[in-house]
Write a protein that binds this ligand. Structure first.
Ligand code: SAH
Ligand code: DHB
Ligand code: MG
Length: 221
């Protein structure tokens, strides 16, 4: 089984279940034209995030790592009227592209994007009392995973769902001392979730258009 098959199956999932989505197609085209790396979640994963927002009944969502806003738009679409996604992005160019994508997708009123290092934005959110969030999606610089998980705990309530992306990394997560900071970040997410008694979690390996990776999911007790 090859990554070609995984991509074909992802295409099958999307073409058989999802409606045609010219807005999200245009978002991905804009990201490509603007030189953003193609590291957004896949369509099937984006839809899962949207479903998780609905399953949780979330009205306050926090995302760490916006890129061009592809995952943000999926989550915003799952929100009820009056719901909000606060999304944190370091790179001003990514943020500019994301802002235009939010407008195109008609979700600007549901998105509060904070530009700057996420750790600074998280500290600001902590003092602004905008939390607790109902669902938190962590998808930024992987070495900071434990810091983001730590903030996620502080900005959560019992029942908050935390999703952490890219924790399998082609299976490299099982390699101790890999020397790869992203892999060490993935391992740190596992250590954090395993050690935090207030988190009940698991991780799911995924294949698809984005290769072999996976996400961790946990609920705050
Ligand atoms: N969630 C997006 C993909 C995010 S890619 C999607 O699925 O569509 C990771 C993003 O995190 C990049 O845009 C990168 O600029 C941003 N990032 C990296 N380090 C960061 C930091 N310290 N603070 C905030 N954002 C950061
Ligand atoms: C990378 C980051 C991501 O968020 C992702 O989904 C895939 C790859 C990366 O930095 O390599
Ligand atoms: Mg990711």
């Amino acid at each position: 089984m090859s990554s070609k098959t995984w991509t074909a199956v992802d295409d099958y999932i999307v073409s058989s279940i999802f409606e045609a989505d010219p807005v999200l197609d245009a978002v991905l085209a804009t990201n490509r034209d603007q030189g953003l790396p193609a590291i957004d979640v896949s369509a099937a994963q984006g839809k899962l995030l949207s479903l998780l927002v609905r399953i949780r009944g979330a009205s306050k969502v926090l995302e760490v790592g916006t890129l061009g806003g592809y995952s943000t738009i999926w989550m915003a679409r799952g929100l009820p009227a009056g719901g909000k996604v606060v999304t944190l992005e370091l790179d001003p160019h990514h943020a500019k592209v994301a802002r235009s994508n939010f407008a195109r997708a008609g979700v600007s009123a549901k998105v509060d994007m904070r530009v700057g290092p996420a750790l600074q934005s998280l500290a600001a959110l902590g003092s602004e009392n905008v939390g607790p969030f109902d669902l938190i999606f962590i998808d930024a610089d992987k070495p900071n995973n434990p810091n983001y998980l730590s903030w996620a705990m502080r900005l959560s309530r019992p029942g908050t769902v935390i999703v952490c992306d890219n924790v399998i990394r082609d299976g490299a997560v099982v390699k101790k001392d890999s020397g790869d900071a992203n892999v060490e970040g993935a391992r740190a997410a596992f250590s954090f979730i395993g050690a935090e008694t207030r988190l009940d979690g698991t991780a799911i390996q995924t294949v698809g258009a984005k290769g072999y990776d996976g996400f961790a999911i946990a609920i705050v007790d």
